[in-house]
Design a protein around this ligand. Structure first.
Ligand code: SF4
Length: 322
């Protein structure tokens, strides 16, 4: 069996954002990402899931180095990028591209699609305008559009078509890693599956590696190889998709999964309704971050944070005292 090597290695990254409370005496901060580690093998899809504000998008921005981690290390294709300077990062950025949630906001409305998709080529290569146009026309066909779309503007397209344009732009430099941040959550359900299928096909065709970010476990089910569940900036469970879906161990993962519809109408899944809201990350709970909402909370949970440990099933990690 051929073992793939890790394209992405994330080791104990932390990111804190200061908050301006308006009072000189009270400096507050939010631990957006707290000691998160994972690795993604070449050609794999690792999905980060969790409610809004759990730190998954910040983690994506740290991996693309749109943000710099306060602590911890990130390797992309063997290169440590956590503290890399901008000149060296330019080279790495050719290998790492992002697809965003709102394709309309990420496409310049005043530029023709030809120029929007070609922009990374203009920045990172010395290709002639003619060569750029040829590559753009090819890429538009690859993502299910037509070469004549190059002459149009973003507002002339539907949401799904705009996301295809965003994907074409992300792929134009033939990157190795795509960080897709909620790429289908702004789209209708019928269009979501088209874009997910496209991403799967492109992964095979270009041997892409994905870090896929979503608040919705049902969206990541078909695209993921591995899943990491985040809560208040920390990973609480991670493992192969099959294990997470068949044998979730963390109470938070169980609650998230209980809201995923099952295709078989005769099958039943007991819905777990979590009490209360996600606590403020400015003032996170002591001990286990989930203890204020956990139906199984014990005394130890309120004082001692559980470490992320390998469960009985190999490659399956969970942070819970149970
Ligand atoms: Fe619930 Fe305790 Fe496990 Fe946290 S450590 S998830 S509070 S049982």
């Amino acid at each position: 069996m051929v073992m793939s090597k890790s394209l992405v290695v994330v080791d104990g990254i932390k990111k804190t954002f200061p908050i301006d409370s308006g009072l000189l005496s009270s400096k507050k901060s939010v631990k957006a990402v707290n000691h998160v580690s994972f690795d993604i093998k070449e050609g794999e899809t690792f999905s980060l899931v969790g409610e809004s504000g759990c730190g998954k998008s910040t983690t994506g921005r740290l991996v693309t180095r749109l943000l710099m981690p306060d602590e911890g290390k990130i390797w992309i294709n063997g290169e440590e990028i956590s503290k890399m300077n901008e000149t060296k990062l330019r080279e790495v950025r050719k290998q790492v591209q992002m697809v965003f949630q709102d394709p309309y906001a990420s496409l310049n409305p005043r530029m023709k699609i030809r120029d929007v998709v070609a922009e990374p080529l203009l920045i990172h290569t010395k290709l002639s305008a003619q060569e750029r146009d040829r590559i753009v026309a090819e890429m538009l066909e690859v993502v299910g559009l037509s070469s004549y779309h190059a002459e149009k503007f973003a507002h002339e397209f539907s949401g799904g078509q705009r996301q295809r344009i965003g994907i074409a732009r992300a792929l134009i430099l033939k990157p190795k890693l795509i960080v897709a941040d909620e790429p289908v959550s702004a789209l209708d359900v019928s269009i979501q599956s088209q874009i997910l299928n496209l991403l799967k096909d492109l992964q095979e065709e270009f041997h892409l590696t994905y870090l896929f970010i979503s608040h919705d476990l049902s969206v990541v089910e078909h695209i993921s190889d591995k899943i990491g569940v985040m809560y208040l900036g920390s990973l609480v469970e991670s493992g192969p998709k099959e294990m997470i879906f068949a044998n979730p161990r963390h109470p938070y993962t169980k609650a998230l999964l209980s809201s995923v519809p099952i295709p078989d109408p005769r099958a039943k899944r007991e819905r777990i309704i979590l009490q209360g809201d996600v606590p403020s990350p400015v003032n996170p709970p002591s001990g286990c971050l989930f203890h204020t909402r956990c139906p199984f909370v014990m005394d130890i949970c309120k004082s001692t944070p559980p470490a992320l440990r390998e469960a009985a099933d190999r490659d399956h990690f969970v942070a819970c005292h149970l």
